[in-house]
Write a protein that binds this ligand. Structure first.
Ligand code: B12
Ligand code: SF4
Length: 334
């Protein structure tokens, strides 16, 4: 399985485009070369189930290597299935253009899409000839494993993939070309079955002798910021948000936020430190999980965090000084 992360605008090297300040608040350039963390959890999950998978950050390759020949390099990829993330809307041009090129270079290899934006626009995406499958929802590790096993078996035995109506969250085309939309039924209530394990990309770099295609963003080696994920979903309902409680309920099938057990989250953070010295950014507002969660998580970090650590909050933390005192009492460098 090969996951490819496309640049936001495919032909950014040929055309001059006025990007504006849209990416100024994230470490990526306006090409949005950072891939979704989910690609790491997907690969770790698949490898744990005996399936070979890799991340190919095409956007990063195009940014780092001036004369990088996209078609020549994509033609060399050897995979039973391709996966392209269309998670953030800025990638709508790049992701679809890369799918077109892949289909031209590898006409017999199916191309799958996934991510939050893919989930919302799955019915539009599946109409493209270059897209065979779209995964909906915020938790695609297990549905993806099911599909890869079928696709790999079909490729090895030279038989059709057959009926896929039992694979949850999948939008696909059957042998007659008819579009089929399977139920969005794989929505785990917690986020404990996956692992955000930085050992996976490290192994990948060694296995493929290739550092650039795993780099999360330009300049990462000199400032290796990493992330930990507290949950999937959001308890709030900001009117314009594609990741609000409303959006999660209506497009990703999620009725409540899926939290990661604080013990596992602490383990993730310790694990990051084993590999990387940079700051750790704890993403998604864990205060939404309530006081007990907050207390267990922050006190559990005491004496364990050496890297600088930062937190994302969706509003000013309630409790003011008392809350900052809790951070001070338990963390040296936050
Ligand atoms: C954490 C977060 C971030 C982190 C992301 C870290 C990372 N590398 O993933 C940071 C802070 C860096 C970030 C940045 C941005 N974000 Co943000 N982010 C979020 C937040 C709060 C949570 C997302 C999350 O945790 N997802 C977890 C799950 C859902 O995703 P995942 O595990 O990575 O992937 C799973 C699935 O999505 C799917 N999947 C993903 N890719 C693929 C690919 C394939 C082939 C398949 C099959 C499946 C699949 O399977 C994965 C595993 O199960 C959401 C709000 C929310 N409540 O959801 C906003 C949100 C997703 N972000 C948003 C935006 C707009 C951005 C930016 C574009 C903002 C900007 N202008 O700079 C940038 C883009 C960054 C880049 N590429 O450079 C919007 C997206 C709206 C949209 N549809 O476009 C949201 C909804 C919030 C908002 N309203 O701003 N973000
Ligand atoms: S707090 Fe952030 S993720 Fe949640 S609904 Fe508001 S904008 Fe979206």
């Amino acid at each position: 399985m090969t996951y490819i992360h496309a640049p936001a605008t495919y032909d950014f090297r040929e055309r001059s485009i006025m990007y504006g300040p849209v990416s100024d608040m994230v470490p990526s350039t306006p090409i949005f070369e950072m891939y979704p963390l989910g690609l790491t959890t997907l690969c770790e999950y698949l490898e744990r189930h005996g399936l070979r998978s890799r991340i190919y950050n095409l956007a990063s390759m195009m940014l780092h290597k001036k004369n990088f020949d996209v078609e020549k390099n994509l033609a060399r990829l050897d995979s039973h299935l391709f996966g392209i993330d269309l998670h953030w809307m800025p990638h709508c041009h790049g992701s679809i253009e890369v799918a077109r090129i892949l289909k031209r270079l590898h006409p017999h290899v199916p191309v799958s899409f996934g991510g939050l934006s893919s989930s919302i626009f799955h019915e539009d995406l599946i109409k493209y000839d270059c897209i065979d499958y779209v995964f909906r929802g915020d938790s695609t590790e297990e549905p993806m494993r099911m599909l890869i096993e079928r696709v790999a078996r079909a490729a090895k035995t030279h038989t059709p993939v057959g009926d896929l109506s039992d694979i949850p969250n999948l939008t696909w085309k059957d042998a007659s070309g008819a579009i089929r939309i399977n139920p969005l039924s794989w929505v785990p209530d917690d986020m404990n079955a996956i692992s955000l394990d930085y050992a996976y990309p490290m192994k990948g770099v060694l296995r493929h002798h290739d550092m650039t295609s795993y780099l999360p963003m330009k300049g990462w080696l000199s400032y290796p910021v990493t992330a930990s994920l507290t949950c999937r979903g959001c308890a709030r309902n900001c009117a314009t948000c594609g990741g609000s409680a409303y959006a999660f309920k209506n497009h990703f099938g999620r009725r409540r936020v899926a939290w990661r057990d604080p013990k596992l989250l602490i383990r993730d953070i310790e694990n990051v430190q084993n590999h990387v010295w940079g700051p750790i950014f704890v993403l998604n507002d864990f205060l939404q999980a309530g006081e007990a969660y907050t207390h267990e998580f922050i006190t559990g970090l005491k004496g364990k965090v050496h890297n600088p650590i930062g937190f994302e909050f969706f509003g000013p933390p309630p409790g003011g000084d008392e809350f900052y005192q809790l951070l001070d009492n338990n963390l040296g460098n936050w």
